[in-house]
Design a protein around this ligand. Structure first.
Ligand code: ATP
Ligand code: MG
Length: 436
């Protein structure tokens, strides 16, 4: 058999019953194996699933049988055989092998049962083959596909932001500095300031790119490198911004539940939970959230930021996400517009995911008038010249606009009901890990 040939069958297309009694060729990796006497059961894995293959010495010959029974977990191989319906086999079908060929025998696989989390992170390059991570990577791909699809259907343009920048978007404390031909520059924390420039050309845009945050602590929802979906829209208000977000979330949740129910179930998320996500999401003003939290025993006062524990308390019993909006101006980013009808608060909205998952989106209406921006920057002791080009956008045909930032890994963590963000990305970067 030729490993590069194109006449191999995908395992998933056998498990639907269409290949019963037909002769097929499979290629993949050994998931499990067990030999007794002249019979070896190999469970073969490819990207689409796993399948039990019965290899009999009589049927394949001495040498091929030795290859099959001597295979390690993860040995790569090709197996030819006939598909037989068999109720006892996982998936209901078994391949009765007529030929077996090893592609690469390799060495005994270093990952066994009950390994520590740290060890599995050390061998992440191999652990990615586990069913759990395979399923999560597939689901994440579908989630990002549907996000893009949602925006393309609504006539957004996808644009590419710079990753190396001079400006801090979300505050200096979490910047990664680098040496840019002898002068300091930073890895982007957000592409928002740049997409605000592009909307004067394209009106409705989104960025889907990595953002970098030197997060100083270990939490279950912070990565140092994450994928950031950042739509920005000209002529959008806070209200329109929130309506777009809830429509987007409902779209992705329903599409996942309808198209990938078995995958969700395999990961541990009941598709029915995602079908329950329905617009409109509740709007909870910050000023109402504070007394609610105080009642729950939190020592929080008006003017203080809502942290992870508070977000957990606000969302643990919910089925739908909730918008926490109109935060006090003090701790929010400089570019957020003050609410003319509620002075002292900004037109901000964070979307909190249900079941305690917490913030998945931070959005706002932006300051679009020069005087207001200049005054705010002065208040926050920022130097206008550090943001020269950004400020300049307010001098040439500025328009009201709004946008938001969604963490793809945060969304995935919630949608798949995972307890840690690290498994939503193949190679997580956190404070104590950049390997592998
Ligand atoms: P948090 O308070 O949870 O740290 P943030 O206020 O710093 O979030 P924003 O700056 O508003 O977050 O970023 C927009 C979105 O990007 C967040 O809602 C979240 O989904 C995502 N995000 C922010 N920081 C991280 C991170 N370190 N890892 C993964 N996703 C992140
Ligand atoms: Mg943060």
């Amino acid at each position: 058999m030729d490993a590069l040939a194109t006449d191999f069958t995908k395992i998933s297309s056998i498990l639907d019953g269409s290949q019963n009694n037909k002769k097929v060729k499979l290629r993949g990796w050994v998931h499990r194996s067990r030999t007794s006497g002249g019979l070896c059961f190999l469970v073969l894995r490819d990207s689409s699933g796993t399948m039990q293959c019965a290899v009999k010495k009589d049927a394949v010959g001495e040498a091929a049988f030795a290859a099959a029974s001597g295979a390690f977990i993860e040995t790569s191989m090709m197996i030819e055989g006939t598909v037989k319906e068999d109720k006892r086999a996982p998936g209901g079908f078994e391949l009765s092998a007529s030929a077996v060929e090893v592609i690469s025998q390799g060495e005994p696989f270093p990952i066994g049962k009950d390994q520590s989390t740290e060890f599995l992170l050390d061998v992440r390059h191999l652990w990615l083959r586990s069913q759990k991570l395979t399923h999560i990577m597939q689901a994440r791909d579908y989630i990002t596909r549907y996000l893009r699809e949602f925006f393309f259907k609504d006539n957004f343009y996808e644009v590419a932001p710079p990753i190396v920048t001079k400006s801090a978007c979300e505050g200096g404390s979490t910047l990664f500095e680098l040496n840019y031909f002898g002068s300091p520059a930073y890895l982007s924390q957000s592409g928002q300031l740049y997409s605000e420039a592009v909307i004067a050309a394209l009106e409705k845009v989104f960025i889907l790119a990595p953002s970098f945050r030197a997060e100083p602590s270990r939490t279950v929802r912070h990565l140092a490198e994450y994928w950031h979906l950042e739509p920005e829209m000209a002529f959008y208000s806070q209200k329109m911004n929130m309506e777009l977000q809830e429509k987007m979330i409902e779209y992705v949740c329903h599409k996942m539940a309808r198209e990938h129910a078995p995958l969700l179930q395999a990961i541990g998320r009941d598709p029915a939970d995602l079908l329950q996500v329905k617009v409109p999401f509740e709007r909870l003003p910050y000023e109402k959230a504070i007394p609610m939290l105080q009642e729950l025993g939190f020592k929080i006062e008006w003017g203080q930021d809502v942290g992870a524990d508070e977000e957990f308390a606000l969302t643990k019993d919910r089925k739908n996400p909730v918008f926490l909006h109109n935060h006090p101006m003090g701790f929010k980013a400089f570019y957020m517009r003050e609410d003319p009808s509620k002075p002292g608060t900004v037109l901000s909205a964070d979307l909190l995911a249900p079941q305690g998952h917490g913030e998945i989106i931070g959005g706002s209406e932006r300051i679009w008038e020069y005087d207001e921006l200049a005054a705010r920057m002065k208040e926050q002791k920022m130097r206008e010249e550090d943001y020269k080009w950004y400020v300049e956008l307010r001098k040439y045909g500025s328009v009201p606009h709004a946008g938001f930032g969604l963490g793809v890994e945060r969304l995935t963590k919630w949608m798949l009901n995972l307890d840690h963000i690290r498994d939503t990305i193949p190679f997580p970067r956190v404070i104590n890990r950049v390997y592998p």
